[in-house]
Design a protein around this ligand. Structure first.
Ligand code: NAD
Length: 283
């Protein structure tokens, strides 16, 4: 039976470290601040934004919320981003995605100052990740790596398979595993022989967005299985991309959903915001 890597525990440790460092910064007169922009009234986005604000309060950051109506124009949104880029008390800017259809997400991401881009979505930060010379890592893949490190799991030389190639999760995830000398395969919706490829993985990351997609026959005995998915099953219950009950007996380590990668993402956002505050004040 696999050891369960608890995102609740690992993320609490990360938040405690951030909090301790935040106190040291405050003693020097620096008060880290995160601005969160939310446009419209998507209920899932509202939950995420509330959780981010709660995490800021817990670690001692200032958080500012900018809740804009769904009919906000592109110009208004870009003007707000520009204002926050120039606001010294704000170290990190995050625009909760998805945006309403009439708004251009790419333009908004590009408008955020790369030094305040704590989601690491700006092309300049994405490029930096590619060459391994980065300020910020994208929160979800960084959270997955933090869980791997928390158990002392060695990546070097291992067969790593990432299912999913999104810009937010799959691609940067593959890059972080490569940085640690994994032999990485990225699978996606057009991949052939998915089962065969996955069953060769020593480390398998699922970022597909399909409930219980990864079954036991896709997993090698003793593999490390990391589940990024957040889905609802047929009964409306929260579940991952991995069929936990089937896969857990076969894996050596597994992350649960809920209580796995989810809480790590916000903890890593706190870590990035702290780093942004340090860079902006000491460099
Ligand atoms: P996405 O829809 O952008 O990407 C899904 C990827 O899965 C695509 O690259 C696609 O090619 C691949 N895919 C789809 N069907 C497939 C199939 N049959 N076989 C192989 N590959 C297939 O999703 P995303 O934004 O990368 O998110 C993935 C999952 O992770 C979602 O459940 C999302 O809710 C979750 N997520 C969780 C967090 C977190 O904090 N834990 C953060 C972001 C996303």
């Amino acid at each position: 039976m696999a050891k369960i890597i608890s995102g609740k525990e690992v993320s609490a440790k990360v938040r405690a470290e951030v909090k301790a460092e935040c106190e040291q910064l405050k003693a020097k007169g620096i008060h880290p601040g995160l601005a969160v922009i939310i446009v419209g009234d998507d209920p899932a986005s509202r939950v995420y934004v509330n959780n981010k604000k709660k995490a800021c309060a817990e670690v001692g950051f200032v958080s500012e919320e900018y809740a804009l109506p769904a009919e906000t124009t592109q110009e208004e949104l870009l003007a707000l981003v520009e204002q926050l880029n120039n606001k010294p008390e704000i170290n990190g800017i995050l625009c909760q995605l998805p945006l309403p259809k009439h708004l251009d997400e790419k333009a908004v991401i590009n408008a955020i100052s790369p030094m305040k881009d704590v989601d690491a979505f700006h092309p300049s930060n994405v490029g930096r990740i590619m060459i391994g010379d980065y300020h910020f890592l994208p929160c979800t893949p960084a959270g997955v790596m933090e869980m791997v490190h928390s158990e002392g799991i060695e990546v070097s030389g291992k067969n790593c398979v990432v299912i999913g190639r999104s810009n937010i999760v799959g691609k940067p995830m593959a890059m972080l595993l490569l940085h640690e000398n994994g032999t990485v395969t990225i699978c996606h919706s057009r991949t052939q022989n998915l089962k065969e490829i996955c069953s060769n993985a020593d480390i398998l990351v699922a970022a597909v967005g399909r409930p219980k997609f990864v079954k036991a026959d896709m997993v090698k005995e003793g593999a490390v299985v990391l589940d990024v998915g957040i889905n609802r099953d047929e009964n409306g219950k929260l579940c991952g991309d991995v069929d936990f009950d089937e896969v857990a007996p076969k894996a050596s380590y597994i992350t649960p959903v809920p209580g796995g990668v989810g809480p790590m993402t916000i903890a890593m956002l706190m870590k990035n915001t702290l780093k942004a505050a340090k860079i902006q004040n000491f460099h």
